[in-house]
Design a protein around this ligand. Structure first.
Ligand SMILES: [Zn+2]
Ligand SMILES: [Zn+2]
Length: 706
């Protein structure tokens, strides 16, 4: 039994991709304009190709030989080895096969040398195989939120029944459910139906390390042995093992981040894309694919339904539902009788005036929390509640500037078109270093203005400054950094395990406040969270990207959804400089349909996706004239191919015009149909001006336009 198991793993190390994935790779190479070999390489994790975690396994057994042959062999043994053989003969047959070391111990030999001699003499046989060794995964099931086994609400039952009736056929289903409405329960019941038919399912979650609670629900419901987990927090050996488990057919469900869409599962019966609006589904390096769209293509190839779930669907999916390309299912209320939280939008300018009026003037400090949020946090902590605070900017200060108008020096990265961000190096206070968030270069923080030698100032607050402020203002209520107050951003959370530990401490009630970037907005479900504060709702709004309003709406709605998921009602306070921005106002009113309708109207007017389809080609070069010349060539070919079927914009300087020393000149092609964009790109590719290499990046259906 043990030996056959070892062999079956070894046999798998040939690790070939199923035919269906090869077809999917061909489609991706064409659609996303990238080399087929690169797509195939992406589909199979490097750990699988290298065989990471596999180690040699030896099993020995007694040889089956004639008595006279045995006698002859024994006659040739040295006395010590002969005694060992006598002991080996006394071992009951059913204990074999076993490892050489195990056998040596079993017969009281001091080393494996006698066992090796017996193998050499032909008295023992040895079978060399391999097995996969990898550490166990953190027990995410323990953190799982939500309640299992409850009777579905009528709306959940309708979605489960409706999609469940079409399990054997391809179709795209959009499940729009408000935060806390029980979308996961719908997935779980659909998957139970798929497994009952002997088929398998893939569940994609934005970045599983950030959504351990959702992942935990699947292992809790179906058992660790039936679920494989794939995400960036795994070691190479773990990744290899989970891939092999999926390929072997032992598991029924694969839960994972973006690349789990390539899980080598046979008999696929369902694909779920949870939080389908999330930007992390798009890979921002080669191959630049969108996992949501790849999931739809894979569902089509497998002939199974694809369920896209979100409280705030992307406008792409929303417009597909409107045009009938996707079927819409709606969960309009929270499960278990919980109510949606009340959201108050507060104007930061008014907050500042109120503070000055109360204090009799400016106290010279930067306050990231206004008086309204301060009072609410005080009440929440005073009544034993927990709070989540969102500030979607890392570091201590965003700008390092000379305050003297005549000088005007601003610290910028010399390799990128970007300012340097001040990060504090441990402890409290602004002492630290400056870092470029694009190329990650670091320098020491200058003590004086490098230009005029005067005093230098910092402006704009990130999560580190907010942490300082919270400790300063709430230490008397027991807030202490790293203990009752946890900061969650990519500087403190280096691995999935860090995040898991922080969430465990919050779940136990030991930590009272979670402060973080968008990490805290994703999928967290803790019943005692009575307050959610958004320190600055405008961080995404000011970006030069046509999806700025959509992102802001999503971020505010998603983080607000973390409040009031237990029996007590939740309160949300959103601080902003633009209280009238539709994305903020409508998120506060929980009005997705109102937002989507207005935003679709403005996209239609501007001819932007999802009303149209877009691809962007970015030409990069250390010499700006070369980047421009390449972009001119690209634009000329695209225009010639576009005729009057598509519009070509550019060449233009990208919003971030230089990264890591490379100038970036872009050209956009926009058409009504995806097929037109594809035809034009294919022609430009054939003409040799559009290739995916170090100098040109082709991004089809781009998500980030900086
Ligand atoms: Zn830089
Ligand atoms: Zn200066």
């Amino acid at each position: 039994m043990a030996a056959s198991k070892v062999k079956s793993v070894a046999a798998r190390s040939g690790a070939a991709l199923p035919e269906q994935l090869v077809d999917l790779a061909r489609w991706m190479a064409g659609y996303y304009v990238c080399p087929l070999g690169m797509v195939l390489a992406t589909m199979m994790p490097a750990a699988v190709k290298r065989g990471t975690g596999r180690r040699k396994v030896e099993r020995v057994a007694r040889a089956v030989i004639a008595p006279e042959a045995e006698a002859a062999a024994v006659a040739g043994l040295r006395p010590g080895t002969r005694r060992a053989w006598e002991a080996v003969r006394a071992v009951p047959e059913d204990e074999f096969p076993m490892g050489p070391r195990e056998l040596a111990l079993r017969v009281g030999a001091k080393s494996v040398a006698p066992v090796r001699s017996l193998i050499a003499a032909g008295l023992l046989t040895i079978d060399v195989g391999s097995e996969l060794r990898a550490g166990t995964l953190p027990g995410v099931a323990a953190l799982a939120g939500g309640v299992d086994g409850v009777t579905p609400t009528p709306e959940q039952a309708e979605a489960i029944g409706g999609i469940g009736a079409r399990l054997g056929e391809f179709g795209v289903h959009l499940l729009r459910g408000v935060t806390g409405s029980g979308k996961t329960e719908v997935y779980l019941r659909l998957i139970a139906g798929v497994l009952a038919e002997g088929r398998r399912a893939i569940v994609l979650v934005p970045e599983i390390a950030l959504t351990p609670q959702t992942a935990g629900r699947f292992t809790r419901r179906f058992g660790v042995g039936r679920v494989a987990v794939m995400h960036s927090g795994l070691t190479a050996a773990q990744r290899h093992r989970e891939w092999a488990r999926a390929a072997s057919g032992d598991v029924g469900v694969v839960v994972g981040a973006r690349s789990a869409v390539f899980a080598p599962l046979a008999g696929l019966g369902l694909i779920v894309v949870d939080e389908e609006h999330d930007g992390s589904y798009k890979q921002d390096r080669l191959p630049r694919y969108g996992a949501r769209d790849v999931a739809i293509k894979r569902g089509q190839l497998a002939g199974c339904p694809v369920v896209l779930g979100s409280a705030t669907p992307s406008l792409e999916s929303w417009s597909n539902a409107a045009s009938g390309r996707a079927t819409l299912w709606t969960l309009p209320t929270r499960a278990g009788g919980a109510r949606m939280p009340t959201v108050e939008v507060v104007d930061l300018a008014a907050e500042r005036r109120a503070r000055h009026a109360a204090a009799g003037g400016d106290d010279g400090r930067i306050h990231l929390l206004g008086p309204t949020l301060e009072r609410a946090l005080e009440e929440t902590l005073g009544s034993g509640g927990q709070a989540i605070l969102l500030l979607n900017r890392r570091g201590f200060a965003q700008h390092v500037l000379c305050p003297r108008g005549a000088c005007g020096f601003a610290l910028r990265c010399d390799q990128c078109d970007a300012g340097l961000v001040l990060h504090r190096r441990g402890g409290v206070g602004p002492a630290g270093f400056v870092r470029c968030h694009h190329c990650l270069a670091e320098q020491r923080m200058p003590t004086l203005c490098p230009s005029c030698g005067g005093k230098i100032n910092t402006f704009g607050g990130g999560t580190q400054r907010a942490e300082d402020e919270l400790v300063r203002k709430f230490a008397s209520m027991g807030l202490a950094e790293g203990a009752t107050l946890l900061r969650l951003d990519s500087d403190t959370m280096r691995s999935g395990r860090d995040f898991f530990e922080a969430l465990s401490r919050f779940a136990s009630g030991e930590a009272r406040v979670l402060l973080g970037t968008q990490m805290v907005a994703k999928g967290l479900d803790f019943p005692n969270v009575r307050l959610v504060g958004v320190l600055d709702a405008d961080t995404a709004l000011n970006l030069p990207d046509f999806r700025a309003e959509e992102r802001t709406f999503q971020l505010v709605s998603q983080v607000a959804g973390r409040a009031g998921r237990g029996e007590r009602p939740g309160r949300v306070i959103v601080q902003t400089h633009t209280p009238d921005a539709p994305s903020i106002r409508l998120a506060a009113e929980h009005d997705y349909v109102g937002f989507a309708t207005a935003e679709m109207r403005s996209r239609r007017r501007a001819g932007l996706p999802p009303v149209t389809r877009m691809a962007r080609v970015v030409c990069r070069d250390a010499v700006i004239d070369r980047a421009r010349a390449a972009a001119d060539d690209v634009a000329a070919v695209l225009r010639r191919e576009a005729g009057d079927e598509a519009t070509v914009h550019g060449p233009f300087e990208c919003a971030v015009s230089r990264i890591a020393g490379q100038h970036r000149i872009g050209v956009d092609v926009v058409a009504e149909r995806a097929g037109t964009v594809q035809r034009i790109l294919a022609a430009a590719r054939a003409a040799g001006v559009v290739k995916s290499d170090a100098k040109t990046a082709v991004d089809v259906d781009p998500v980030a336009l900086l």
